[in-house]
Design a protein around this ligand. Structure first.
Ligand code: BG6
Length: 494
């Protein structure tokens, strides 16, 4: 599937219409991101933000809620009272119960007829169909309208298709922005520049020069107040199906012919379609599910998952997944991709580790790694800091030829002093400017579900119980054992 790129947006006023305007995501991410975009002059001059909620509020109630619930999430040092007041002046609150067709008349009245309308659907996906149908029947959609769809986009392939079909009745593909905030992270976008803007990695970026790839997204936080959503979702759907597979795509894709949205998404799609389907045997050998038990994170005691609020006592939801994937194509034949994510792990750490192949033969005496290459590794860290390091072997100063591994260090936070926008801010600006490159296309989303679904189904069929791991560790021992079978270790253990 390809889509024409979004038509150049005429210079129109912007109506940003947020369904779920008084929700948790709005408070923590969307409104702070819009505040930053506004403060830095990245929203059109005539912008209005229409927050949609079902509470019987008037505008002042909403602004008070923003003050209390969202302002604390503005990045430190960026809050300024004058700028905040100017930002608040953009807002209207429109009470709409999304199931009530009549309520949309209030929205139709509040929105300007000549505006570029961006609808941000930050609600449960079960509501997307009703919302889109009503927007259409109230004449709120035209060929310039855009819709942003928050994850989770479905629970499996079938439900994702149903969402795509119903949204697709009212919006063309180039009007649909399926957001995955990992694609808005600076280092993830930088990975494309690293790969395709530098000559030196090109020839080495393939089998047999790469031995393995590790992608870790570890969180120190627990499920918090989200058990209602998380317990029937689990880490595979919440993180692997989207964020981790998108990172894998950017590492593994072929060079696109340009940075045009479809050129990039065509290449990512090929990767997703080349993921080797897992057999029952692969699933039992190459996947590990875990669930945290009580422990300590950052020196503080924390509860186990089953003791968290609103988690059923017999829950089998996984809060951790590790797996070994393969990509069936010429570039990546026999190169394992180890993916891992979990909550309540030892620390927040998101990184991609490219491990290059061993030396064919070492002439270095006393190499600390024997005949191996001491792990020439490219470590791309996304969180907590943004950095890129290339681990190399170097000679220790002094007589003799004692060698040690050292890092060539590209510290992006030091190299560039310009402000680094947060992922949501960058992606929202992309939506307003009609740039689709860092959003998922329908076929990508569905290809990801196609690969993930049989794994989840097999776990369910086998009555698979997640393995316990103590909060504050890097997951169950079985995850380390999975690596050990390949004579590998996770990066923090090496
Ligand atoms: C979200 C998941 O998509 O990503 C959350 O639903 C997770 O469960 C979050 O905590 C992690 O995002 P980040 O940017 O903090 O790594």
């Amino acid at each position: 599937m390809t889509t024409s790129t979004a038509p150049a947006s005429p210079d129109r006023p912007l109506d940003m219409i947020i369904f779920g305007g008084a929700g948790d995501l709005s408070a923590r991410k969307l409104l702070p991101a819009l505040y930053m975009a506004h403060t830095h002059g990245n929203l059109p001059a005539e912008t209005r933000i229409l927050a949609i909620g079902r509470r019987e509020w008037v505008r002042d109630d909403y602004l008070k809620w923003m003050d209390e619930q969202s302002r604390p999430f503005i990045e430190s040092g960026a809050y300024e009272s004058g700028a905040w007041d100017r930002f608040l002046s953009l807002f209207e609150y429109v009470r709409v119960n999304v199931d009530q067709a009549d309520d949309y008349a209030r929205l139709a009245e509040a929105s300007r007829p000549n505006a570029l309308r961006v609808f941000y659907l930050s609600t449960s996906p079960e509501l997307f169909t009703t919302i889109c149908d009503n927007l259409s029947s109230h004449g709120l959609l035209d060929e310039h309208s855009r819709v942003v769809l928050e994850k989770p986009l479905g629970h499996d392939l079938q439900s994702a298709q149903a969402i795509n079909d119903s949204v697709g009745k009212h919006f063309s593909e180039h009007q649909i922005y399926r957001i995955d905030h990992y694609l808005g992270k600076e280092t993830v976008q930088n990975l494309m520049v690293l790969r395709f803007g530098n000559a030196i990695f090109g020839p080495l970026w393939q089998a047999p020069y790469i031995r393995s790839v590790q992608i870790t997204v570890a969180e120190s936080v627990g499920v918090g107040t989200r058990a209602g959503f998380y317990d029937h979702t689990g880490a595979m759907r919440d993180m692997v199906q989207n964020h981790l597979l998108q990172l894998l795509c950017i590492v593994a894709m072929e060079p696109p012919v340009s940075l045009d949205a479809d050129a990039v998404r065509d290449e990512k799609l090929k990767v997703l379609r080349s993921l080797r389907p897992m057999t029952a045997e692969d699933i039992s050998r190459d996947t590990v599910r875990g669930q945290y038990t009580a422990g300590a994170v950052g020196g503080e005691p924390v509860k186990g998952y089953l003791e968290e609020a609103n988690v059923p006592a017999d829950s089998r939801a996984e809060t951790f997944v590790a797996l070994r994937a393969h990509i069936n194509n010429w570039r990546w034949a026999n190169v394992p991709f180890y993916l891992r994510t979990g909550k309540r792990m030892a620390k927040k750490l998101s990184e991609i580790v490219i491990e290059f192949a061993d030396l064919p033969f070492s002439i270095m005496p006393n190499s600390p790694c024997g005949p191996r290459n001491c792990g020439n590794r490219l470590v791309i860290q996304l969180q907590p800091n943004e950095s890129i390091q290339l681990q190399m072997l170097a000679k220790e100063p002094g007589s003799g030829m004692r060698t040690l591994p050292v890092n060539l260090n590209l510290d992006l936070e030091q190299a560039f002093t310009s402000r680094r926008a947060e992922a949501y801010e960058r992606l929202l600006i992309d939506v307003v400017r009609g740039r689709l490159t860092h959003f998922m296309r329908r076929d990508e989303l569905e290809a990801a579900w196609t690969w993930v679904d049989p794994i989840i189904e097999a776990w369910k069929r086998n009555g698979d119980k997640p393995r316990g791991y103590t909060a504050g560790t890097f997951g169950p021992g079985a995850s380390t054992a999975m690596m050990a079978r390949d004579n590998m270790v996770w990066s923090e253990e090496s």
